[in-house]
Design a protein around this ligand. Sequence first.
Ligand code: MSP
Length: 493
Amino acid sequence: MTKTFYITTAIDYVNSRPHVGHAYEKVLADAIARWNRLNKKDVFFLTGVDENAQKNVQAAEKAGIPVKEFIDKNAELFIELCKKLNLSHDDFIRTTAKEHTIVVQRIVKKIIEKGDIYKAKYEGLYCVGCETYYTENELIDGKCPEHNKIPELRKEDAYFFKLSKYKKELQKLIPQYVTPESKAHEVLNRVNGELNDICISRHKANWGIDFPNDKKFKVWVWIDALINYISGLKDKEEVYWPAQLHVVGKGINWFHSVIWPAMLISADYKLPEKLLVHGYLTTEGKKMSKSLGNVIDPLELLNKYHADSVRYSLLRCNVFDDSDFSEDIIIERHNNELANKLGNLVSRVSTLAEKYGIEKTKSNLEIDKTLKEVKEHFNNYELHKVLEVIFHYIDKTNEYIQEKKPWEVHSPQREAPQQSEEAHSKSKSNSRKVLYELSVAIKNATILLSPFIPSTAERIAKTFNFKISLDDLEKPLDVKSKINKSEILFQKI
Ligand code: MSP
């Protein structure tokens, strides 16, 4: 039976246009989804937007636009982002959708029936930026550590979720659920300390999902948002739940590694297998934020650069650490790696193969070791290392063509000493064999690169007559179909 692989990204707030951090998370999840499809898994990839947050409402008010209109407009931009990034998602969830509301209420009801929700007075500090409550000792100089703002004091009747009840289960779960280890430790330390029940309602709010059986309250947006991972499956819940992988940024680790599993245990759901916590993209070492004015707009980048160049340069960033990102970095990676290394190789080999043909032989440019390393790094979600390994293989292939010079024997000015007719024809045959080896190497590198630069990979596959599949890694190249000179894949910028 085919194994299923359900993968999700966080759902983005629609309080403003997408920023490049959103694009990063999406292509990271997309490359993992595509890799699993290559491995013949039955993949479901979900992404979407978080529309019920108060910060969306505040942004709409500030812009003087009715909330629904504001949200629809921004949600469209996120949909456009997915399209322009050539994302292979199976669905895009919007949490204002009716079906989502129904699932949220159903799950919250289940938690109520379990006896895990109670009503009490709440007095606490709320950061609208994070859409979460803080305790005094979580603040830095009295300010929210994510947004560097003083949270609002809120006093209201509220519903609480008995998070503290699940401490033991969480302590057991987190070390194998959260990756990397350092991020598991971070949350585990907090869980090992005092784990309090959490407020999961908002009193008299006018935007969001009604609390079951009590319309004076809305469900706290994080409870609503997390449930997207189940509601987004619609009628496929039976097939795909539990998820194999949630991909999220480090700022929202706690919600996914503590609150989400506790909710699921309470509502009698199976637990997701892994949480991948990635680092942030930064500008000159600083967090990108609107207030600092250093946010990069991915839609603008995608109007200027090929989607594969943007995807590639994002995926070269270290998955777990913070990485600087800028337009210069795209240009540098586009020119040095995609154009000079991959593009040139494809162009040279396809030009020579068109002219002189290829002849089957055993290849010296074996892929086995590279494939093994690629698999290892994918298993650890270190996609930047996958790319390093593949480009090392491409470097070796470029060295091979320089060393073997398969064009020389055909050249009229060759300096080779006088050869007999027979010897000359043997040399020609050898050069066709070298071109075969090089074409096979291109095939292999391309198949492995396909999760990262899918549309370029398809173009190369057409030129060299192979299929993008792991089975084709093992197969020889078709020598009957002619290889035609490739168009330029990456124009230098
Ligand atoms: N709506 C919540 C998530 C709910 S998931 C049930 C949210 N939205 S967000 O728009 O603020 O962030 C969406 C994702 O983008 C998060 O995983 C977040 O960590 C990630 N990123 C936000 N800024 C980022 C960078 N600068 N770099 C990389 N990822 C970043 O949180």
